[in-house]
Design a protein around this ligand. Structure first.
Ligand SMILES: Cc1ncc(COP(=O)(O)O)c(C=O)c1O
Length: 539
């Protein structure tokens, strides 16, 4: 297209928002609702002179069906060099359609641009800095993706005879061994499918243990700073939960813990470093108190990135822990899985681990199902093997020194960013942190009406994924920032500069952010509760 030639804005009908009755008729050239659509704020109209240059980014706005042009083809088939036969002689009548299927007809560039542009509609760790606290969104080396896709890994079938999967069983056996070493707890199950699933599995193991030794223990104690999955997993495993307060400075309130520990306590679940990014100073004392009443310590290992090769949960008192390979060991994040959440436990809990466990004898590697005290399976076969292969490759390629370096660099980066930001947004729990820190927009909110959510939304306009907001619950207007070890100083500086600039912007700009995205600020409750999933308006 010649430069300067006007482009007609495309119209895309987004349909109606169900019973809300809001018409989402026209969208602008950016594919964005022009007015108050999606219950959001009006988007500023773009300058018509920018249409041509911005069109490239909007190629995915229209659906393939809408882009379709009759007769358009992505492939040209060579002339058939065998005598053609009528389809009816090749397929049963019920398999033959009377009419051609209404499939979109497009050229190859149209298809490629559609999908490539669509793929850039989301923010990802491969495209953006992603300081999502607690989630450890570090860059994952692509090498591990390639390795786990090798045919010898990806094409195995779990029903193959053991003798034909010795390589994989070796890898899983090694995986068990390595996690036991990193966690300082000798027995490992690779089966659980996510961190939260690991939590539930670990707690089921605890329940089986107490049942087996004839103790009726009903309660799991959980600090009020904990991730929401902790109480949820405890409830799923059949326990009552009781919160334990945090002190002003963000650690477990020892007096509160002492007042709640008794012979009904089964487990104290602790995240260390905790969700404020602080290493629990009195961990030894806490573990001693818990063990004294006959209860177990569960370590939520979501924050292992901060202590890899530096401290081992088993050494500081944990009896059970889970790992989150998608946070710590280059497992893929999100997308609905499959994930992995291996657990490691103390010797006395080993008999209750899920079956099977990979074992080795003089003849090779085997899956051991003969485990009479096991809680049984929690996942099909031996877990999400693709994720476990990535984990294994990641750990082996870093080696012990490399793992320690990961933790050190993660802590260095977080402290650097903390030092850059603490005068812009207060960090209520100290001048130093482990791998993440929690800033607060509470003052900004009370003085200027700017909330953590407004800053998070505006960051998207600046090209960053937002930090975690409103968690942990004990910090008002929390912004939980975890830069991870894979980011450069330049990226951290740019992020800090963006944060400073955003905080200085007028409140109304922040209230209307983001403005650069396909859909401007939606009403989040309605968007979640009544999502518009149709692509055509209902007649
Ligand atoms: C502290 C903490 N615990 C547990 C979990 C649950 O892990 P998963 O998302 O793998 O289920 C998370 C997840 O973000 C977390 O941050």
């Amino acid at each position: 297209m010649a430069p300067g030639r006007p482009v007609t804005p495309r119209k895309v009908c987004l349909g109606k928002i169900g019973d809300l009755g809001d018409e989402l008729a026209a969208v602008d050239i950016f594919g964005c609702p022009t007015q108050n659509a999606l219950h959001g704020t009006a988007r500023q109209q773009p300058d018509p002179t920018t249409y041509i240059t911005t069109m490239q980014n909007t190629q995915s706005t229209q659906l393939l069906f809408e882009l379709s042009k009759p007769g358009c083809q992505a492939v040209q088939m060579p002339a058939c060099d065998v005598p053609p036969k009528p389809v009816s002689t090749l397929l049963p009548a019920e398999a033959v359609s009377d009419e051609p299927l209404p499939l979109p007809e497009l050229s190859e560039p149209d298809v490629v641009r559609h999908f490539v542009n669509l793929s850039t509609r989301n923010v990802s760790v491969d495209t953006h800095f992603y300081p999502l606290g607690s989630c450890t969104m570090k860059y994952n080396p692509k090498r591990n993706e390639r390795l786990c896709a090798l045919p010898g890994m990806a094409d195995l079938h779990p029903y193959q005879p053991e003798s034909t999967i010795q390589g994989m069983l070796y890898l899983l056996h090694q995986g068990q061994h390595i996690l036991a070493e990193i966690g300082g707890l000798p027995a490992v199950s690779l089966q659980p499918a996510a961190g939260a699933h690991g939590e539930m599995t670990g707690l089921l193991v605890a329940a089986a243990y107490f049942r087996d030794i004839g103790q009726k223990r009903t309660t799991v104690l959980i600090p009020d700073a904990a991730h929401g999955t902790n109480p949820a997993s405890a409830a799923m495993a059949g326990f009552k939960t009781l919160p334990v307060k945090s002190t002003e400075d963000g650690f477990v309130d020892i007096d509160d813990l002492a007042s709640k520990l008794n012979n009904e306590t089964a487990v104290f679940m602790i995240t260390n470093p905790n969700t404020l990014g602080l290493f629990e100073r009195r961990m030894g004392q806490i573990a001693e108190m818990v063990h004294k009443v006959g209860a177990l310590v569960y370590l939520d290992g979501a924050n292992m990135n901060a202590i890899l090769g530096v401290a081992r949960p088993g050494d500081f008192g944990a009896n059970i822990m889970h790992f989150n390979p998608h946070k710590t060991f280059s497992g893929p994040h999100g997308g609905g899985g499959p994930g992995a959440g291996p657990i490691a436990v103390a010797e006395k809990l080993a008999p209750y681990l899920p079956s099977p466990i990979v074992v080795k004898d003089g003849r090779g590697y085997h899956l051991d199902y003969n485990r009479p005290k096991s809680i049984g399976r929690v996942r099909s076969f031996f877990g999400s093997v693709g994720v476990l292969v990535r984990m294994y490759c990641y750990i082996r390629s870093h080696g012990p020194e490399g793992l320690r370096r990961i933790a050190e660099d993660a802590i260095l980066n977080a402290n650097y960013l903390l030092s850059q930001l603490k005068d812009t947004l207060p960090v209520p729990h100290g001048d130093r942190c482990m791998h993440e820190f929690v800033a607060s927009a509470a003052t900004l909110k009370s003085q200027r009406g700017v909330a953590a959510m407004d800053i998070a939304k505006r960051l998207v306009d600046y090209g960053f994924h937002a930090p975690t907001v409103y968690f942990p619950l004990i910090v008002h207007e929390a912004m939980m920032i975890e830069p991870t070890e894979t980011e450069s100083k330049e990226t951290l500086d740019t992020f800090a500069a963006a944060m400073k600039q955003i905080v200085a912007e007028p409140a109304e700009v922040l209230h209307n952010a983001p403005q650069s995205t396909p859909i401007v600020r939606p009403d989040e409750v309605l968007a979640a509760r009544k999502p518009v999933l149709r692509w055509k308006a209902e007649k």
